[in-house]
Every structure is written in C-alpha cells, then in structure tokens.
Write a protein that binds this ligand. Structure first.
Ligand SMILES: [Zn+2]
Ligand SMILES: [Zn+2]
Length: 401
C-alpha cells in the first residue's frame, strides 16, 4: 500500500529502487501494519507478565515541546508517537499534555521486566518516532534485552542530521537504561541497493548507506544491519556481489568502527543473500573482515529453504552456516516465524510459534550457546508492544535450565 502511494510521488529514476523494495517489501508492510496497530489500550492479556516500577530517573530533560523540535523521525504516524509516550492504561490519568515525556519514568510500569542475567539477548524492532532516543525507552518497556530501530525515515532518501542534543540524549538514555552497543542492531533503509548495476542509483544508495553508518557512530552503535542488495535483473549475481563489497569497503574507509551486518534474504526475485554462499562471497571481498558480519533472519532462512524445524535439520543448517560463513561472523538474529512454507521464497513474517516454522525451532535457538550475547530481534506482525513483551517472555521460557 505504501509502495503504491510512494511510487506515485516518485520520479521514474527512483522507481527502479522501489522495485527492489517491493520485492522485499513484506517486512516493511508488516512493520507498518504493526505500528499502526499499536494503541495505548492493549487487549493482550498481561496475566503472565510481571510488572515493575521503574526507578525515578533524570534521563531526559527536554519538555514535550523541545522533544517535538528535536524529532527528526517521520517514519511513523503522529498518532502512534503519542501512544508510545503515554504510560500504560493504569496510569492514564497522566495525560499526554501533562506527561513530561520520558523523563518522569517513575509513573511508568514496564510490560515485562528485563532479564538482565540472561545469556540470550532477546528484544524487538521498536519505534524511534519523535526522537531516536525513544527507541531505548520503548525497548525497555517491553522487557527487551536487545532491540532494533530505524536510524531515520525509511521512506526518504534524505533526513535531517541529528542535533548534538539528540545525540547526547541518546547516550544518556543508553546509560540510564543500561543498554550497551552489543544489544542494539539498527536496521538499514529498504531503499538502499548497494548491488545496483546502475552507477548513479548505486551512488544514491551508497550515500544513504554511509549516512546511516555515520549516524551509528554518532550514537555509539557498533552494529548496522542491512539487506545486501539486488541485481534488479540487470547484471549477474557475481557482479552485484562485487558492487556490494565495493560499497562496504568504501564505507569502511569513510567511517571508523561500525560493523556492516549483512542480512540473509528470503530468496525472491533478484535479491542477493538468500544463500549462505552469497553472504560468504561478499565477506570474501571485504578487506576489513573485523567490520563485516551476518544477521540471520529465521523467516528468511526458512523461506530460502533452510529447515529449522527439527533437531536434526536445525543442526544441519547451523553446521552448514558454520562451514560456509562461520559463527564468528554472526552478529545478530531476526526472530520471526513464517506465514509460508519451507522454500517458498516469500518474506512473510508470522508470530513466534504460529507459523510454518513452529516453536521447536525457537527452542533450539534459545538453547544454542553459539547464539549467546548477540542481539535477537523480533520483527513479528501485529504484536504491538504488549505482544512483543509476551513473545519475549515466551522465548525466554524456552530456555532449558
Ligand atoms: Zn523479512
Ligand atoms: Zn531486514
């Protein structure tokens, strides 16, 4: 739906980029649906979710007005922004107008207590609407020990730079909520295609890519997850892989520390990265191997034919990953069930345990020591914040003592 509206506004030159986006657009669609579904009033039972009062913190000093001014993220609808800043139903007496933004956390009850001692860092892709630092609060609220965010609007090539104040607020928020950079896996723009054979379009993508990497460094984030790219049917996979690696190499020279984390894809159309071998080929061409990594999306892997459903097949897939890519490159996971069958090549996320992958696969994941200490991010549809809290709790419940 978004794509159609967007393409009406775009020039012909930009439409090619949109084609790529559409080929992997489900993620964005589910994300959009998800955010529009979010309301302050959750109908999800919170029976099993522990409640905790958050200690008073002097986190953020800006007023709501100042925050509006600082906001540069227009990716989510305004309506949702308000909701995310409101306390849960219980504290509804505090209206949005009088609620001094996220600085008065003494009035906030998280939906789920964070499991600070867990070896698995489970969280979700949260909103960064109305200021990038709000992602930290949103992650904490759902009991996330990890989280993903968009660094800027996903539907625009250019976004305003962060202000000094936004950056320092982000740093303060990280400290107050005790998140470190290894728990955070920002997600790149869907518009970007480093593998595009058209030089002009590739340049445009590269600039947006580099801009995101610089934002990571401003915020003190070390990981950056992105979709490798697409041939758009106009060059070979090998050529596209070279373009992608070139982009990463160039970006490494223009940045200091951020790690470029390649996401495995579902395998539709001309998209690069659905096979472990393709990810390996990109890594092989990257000069600074310490600054390249991989993020495994369970839904994408399953759609691409990697069967995670039984103990035996899970082991086979992970052994193959180790052989072809290597766990030392694994820097994150996207935890999603799949609405479509094994090898469907379709990118259709489903709630954990409700899709074709099933809960067992997530049990294997939650008990695989090779996956300790890396961000594991839910991108499941229709959950809303309360839903995410439940899914996070569900995943942790799968850990065998
Ligand atoms: Zn996806
Ligand atoms: Zn993705």
């Amino acid at each position: 739906m978004f794509s159609v509206r967007r393409s009406q506004r775009l020039s012909n030159k930009e439409r090619i980029q949109i084609q790529l986006e559409e080929s992997e657009s489900q993620e964005e669609k589910t994300y959009s649906q998800k955010v529009t579904k979010r309301t302050t009033k959750s109908n999800v039972s919170r029976q099993n979710i522990k409640k905790a009062r958050v200690k008073k913190t002097d986190l953020i000093s800006e007023s709501v007005e100042e925050e509006d001014k600082l906001s540069n993220n227009s990716a989510q609808p305004k309506q949702e922004n308000k909701n995310l800043l409101l306390p849960p139903e219980k504290d509804k007496k505090v209206s949005h107008k009088t609620m001094p933004s996220i600085k008065s956390l003494e009035s906030v009850t998280p939906l789920l207590l964070r499991n600070f001692t867990a070896k698995k860092l489970v969280g979700a892709h949260v909103s960064a609407a109305k200021g990038v630092y709000n992602s930290i609060y949103n992650a904490h609220q759902i009991g996330g020990q990890a989280f993903a965010l968009f660094l800027k609007s996903q539907r625009k090539w250019n976004s305003p730079e962060y202000t000094e104040e936004q950056i320092s607020t982000f740093h303060k928020a990280l400290k107050n909520f005790t998140y470190s950079s290894n728990q955070i896996l920002p997600h790149g723009s869907y518009l970007v295609n480093l593998g595009n054979p058209d030089g002009d379009k590739r340049d445009l993508s590269y600039k947006a890519f580099l801009d995101d990497l610089k934002r990571c460094e401003q915020l003190g984030l070390k990981l950056y997850n992105f979709h490798p790219g697409s041939t758009i049917g106009k060059c070979t996979s090998a050529e596209s892989i070279h373009f992608i690696a070139d982009g990463i190499n160039k970006a490494h020279q223009e940045t200091k520390s951020v790690v470029c984390v390649l996401e495995n894809m579902a395998g539709s159309g001309n998209v690069i990265g659905s096979k472990f071998e393709e990810l390996r080929s990109i890594i092989d061409l990257v000069k600074d191997k310490a600054r390249v990594g991989v993020c495994l999306d369970t839904c994408h892997a399953f759609a691409a034919g990697y069967d995670l459903r039984t103990k035996e097949t899970y082991k086979q897939v992970m052994d193959e990953f180790e052989k072809v890519v290597g766990f030392k490159y694994l820097r994150g996971l996207h935890l999603n069930d799949s609405k479509t069958e094994l090898g469907s090549k379709k990118d259709r996320h489903e709630l954990i345990g409700k899709g074709y992958i099933g809960l067992d696969a997530f049990k294997f994941i939650m008990n695989d020591v090779r996956l300790d200490g890396i961000p594991m991010v839910l991108e499941t549809p229709f959950s809303g914040d309360a839903g995410y809290a439940q899914e996070i709790e569900l995943l942790y419940s799968l850990v065998e003592k």
